[in-house]
Design a protein around this ligand. Structure first.
Ligand SMILES: Nc1ncnc2c1ncn2[C@@H]1O[C@H](COP(=O)(O)OP(=O)(O)OP(=O)(O)O)[C@@H](O)[C@H]1O
Length: 596
């Protein structure tokens, strides 16, 4: 119950922030409409007594009042609906905006990479559109509270024993509440299989997986997984719904017994002359209204409980994002204007949140200012994890990273990120215009035609634009709007252009930037990288970190770092490492032979 009250308060407060006038209009109209039906019942009783007593004038006046009250009940709630419907729409947008903010609200990736976070986001993505229903349920509940209170007072005035009628309604309400708890628990239990089923569905219908699904004949398998996961989810939900229906039916039956008892009581009192005919009509109508009120309350509970569940998840998300224990926001020291010494890692280790073992251990490394450092190693060795630490996405769980002698943890995360340029292996395919897809790399200059073209030139992707039908104004992708679809390599070239938008980065990260490029493009690109890295190095001492599996790329680096099982196995120049005859030499030999 407490969670429902908190959720109701949050929803009203959110509505009030959007429009105080509309909120108050809706609340006042709904409260007034709640009083109309009980007052109409009262007036109907008076009307009957007046008619039976031959008081024509009173009967006509009360008849008009009954009509006005009945009309008022309908029209007030109609006008309230206009106000709260718009509020609910605004609330919905507000929730979406907040969700986008929270999904991107942590400076690092620790929160993002936990299953609880994924579940919370999946639940919210699905449930937030039900805010419309929640607003309607909340307003109707406000109206219902007035109606129930007034009804209780009127019943008590006719006969104190009739107060038992609303009391009889309580077990019915409790049964309804219990039913909702059962459904909520089931929804939480079904969140994981539902999320996995949705992911199987996306896999089955997305264009990017179509090729593999056909070649490996995975269609039937994905369908089977999807069906099994939904079966698991719907089984849990189905059982819960059956149990909830039984609980609600029990509640309704219990109330029906009370209703019959109340009607028999007033009829008995009337036959003994203690109550008037008008009072009997009043009680019969009110008792019927109590039944409707209880049924409405029970029917409203699901929407309110469901919203309370959303509100609770939203609060958990806020708390998880703001109070993430693994993530420190970073100090206020600004990053240096230019790197003089470079970046040092001393005894650095990293264990992911919830991870059993460190994925990086005892890493000692100096990335000297103005140099290009290549990181190589087998899959899962820890290369990307190293890059993530340098970008401040995760904090080392042991040791320190210093930038020109200042602990990276003391440097403001946002300020540090502004001095990083990065191209990631799992780059994003922004389905915007080509100019925006590149210009996003440096938001203030997103609209600059010249600077976007220069960035593409630095990334070796200048040949891409002339092939697009509307040049940089070409809309990309076909998922949400008609646009031009690009090849994997072309998307990657745009991602590289994005990485080269920032002009004075202290750290340039290229995490397997050429995986989707052909050999000619790769070769052209490396020569450009080398020139670019030299230019950056002269301007601000940039450290370029290049993660690659291609040794033809790697050999041009000033320092090659070989990562093996989370440790630095060896480090040196290409010549030094080949001469040493260690892991690098073996891996290089294997690849060189393959190319011969
Ligand atoms: N978010 C995460 N949570 C837990 N473990 C992770 C996470 N990301 C990576 N790992 C684990 O850390 C280890 C190193 O992964 P990492 O991505 O750094 O390897 P990599 O050398 O870049 O591999 P690849 O060449 O395949 O890209 C792997 O065992 C991986 O399973």
């Amino acid at each position: 119950m407490r969670s429902v009250l908190i959720a109701a308060r949050d929803l009203l407060a959110r509505g009030h922030r959007q429009s105080p006038l509309k909120t108050w209009t809706a609340v006042v109209l709904m409260l007034a409409s709640g009083a109309m039906l009980p007052l109409a019942a009262l007036t109907t009783g008076t009307l009957l007594d007046a008619a039976l007593a031959g008081q024509r004038g009173t009967a006509i006046t009360t008849g008009v009042v009954v009509a006005v009250l009945l009309m008022g009940g309908v029209t007030l709630s109609h006008f309230a609906h206009i106000a709260y419907f718009e509020l609910a729409e605004r609330d919905l947008v507000d929730y979406d905006v907040e969700l986008i903010g929270l999904a991107n609200g942590s400076s690092g990736l620790d929160v993002h990479e936990t299953p609880e976070h994924a579940d919370r986001l999946a639940v919210l993505e699905e449930e937030v559109p039900n805010v419309r229903m929640a607003m309607k349920a909340l307003m109707t509940t406000a109206s219902l509270l007035v109606a129930m209170s007034l009804t209780a007072v009127l019943l008590a005035v006719v006969h104190p024993l009739l107060l038992a009628l609303p009391v009889v309604a309580v077990p019915a309400l409790l049964a309804g509440k219990r039913a909702e708890q059962v459904v909520d628990d089931a929804r939480t239990a079904a969140a994981e299989p539902s999320r996995l089923a949705r992911s199987a569905f996306r896999l089955a219908v997305s264009a990017s997986s179509a090729k593999e699904l056909r070649v490996y004949r995975l269609g039937a398998d994905v369908r089977r997984r999807h069906a099994e996961l939904w079966d698991a989810a719907t089984d849990v939900l189905g059982k819960a719904h059956s149990k909830a229906t039984l609980l609600r039916a029990f509640g309704q039956l219990w109330f029906a017994i009370g209703y019959v008892g109340a009607v028999l009581l007033v009829v008995w009192e009337a036959t003994t002359g203690r109550l008037s005919a008008g009072a009997v009509v009043l009680v019969v109508v009110l008792a019927f209204q109590v039944n409707v009120q209880v049924a409405t309350a029970v029917a409203l509970l699901p929407a309110l409980r469901r919203f309370a569940f959303v509100d609770q998840r939203m609060r958990e998300l806020r708390a998880a994002v703001s109070g993430n224990e693994h993530e420190r926001p970073g100090g206020a020291v600004p990053p240096p204007d230019r790197l003089r010494e470079g970046i040092r890692l001393d005894g650095v280790s990293l264990t992911y949140p919830g991870g059993a073992a460190p994925v990086l251990r005892d890493v000692d490394l100096t990335l000297a200012a103005g140099t290009t450092v290549a990181v190589v190693g087998e899959n899962g060795a820890g290369k990307t994890s190293l890059v993530k630490l340098l970008c401040g996405f995760h904090r080392p769980t042991g040791g320190t990273i210093t930038v020109d002698g200042v602990d990276l943890a003391d440097i403001g995360v946002t300020a540090w990120r502004e001095r990083i340029a990065a191209g990631f292996q799992d780059f994003v395919r922004y389905e915007f215009t080509a100019r925006e897809a590149v210009g996003l790399g440096d938001l203030p200059r997103i609209d600059s035609h010249r600077e976007v073209e220069e960035a593409l030139g630095r990334a070796g992707a200048q040949d891409l634009v002339p092939r697009l039908p509307d040049g940089l104004d070409t809309r990309l992708g076909t998922s949400y709007a008609p646009g031009v679809d690009l090849s994997g390599g072309q998307w990657q070239k745009l991602a590289l252009g994005r990485a080269f938008m920032r002009e004075r980065p202290l750290l340039l990260v290229l995490d397997e930037p050429t995986a989707a490029l052909d050999a000619k493009a790769e070769h052209a690109l490396f020569s450009r990288y080398a020139a670019q890295a030299t230019r950056y190095a002269a301007e601000c001492g940039t450290v370029t970190v290049l993660v690659s599996h291609r040794f033809s790329t790697v050999r041009m680096a000033d320092l090659i770092v070989v990562v093996d099982g989370g440790r630095i196995a060896e480090a040196g120049t290409h010549a030094e490492l080949v001469a040493r005859g260690g892991l690098y030499s073996q891996l290089y030999g294997l690849q060189a032979r393959a190319y011969r």
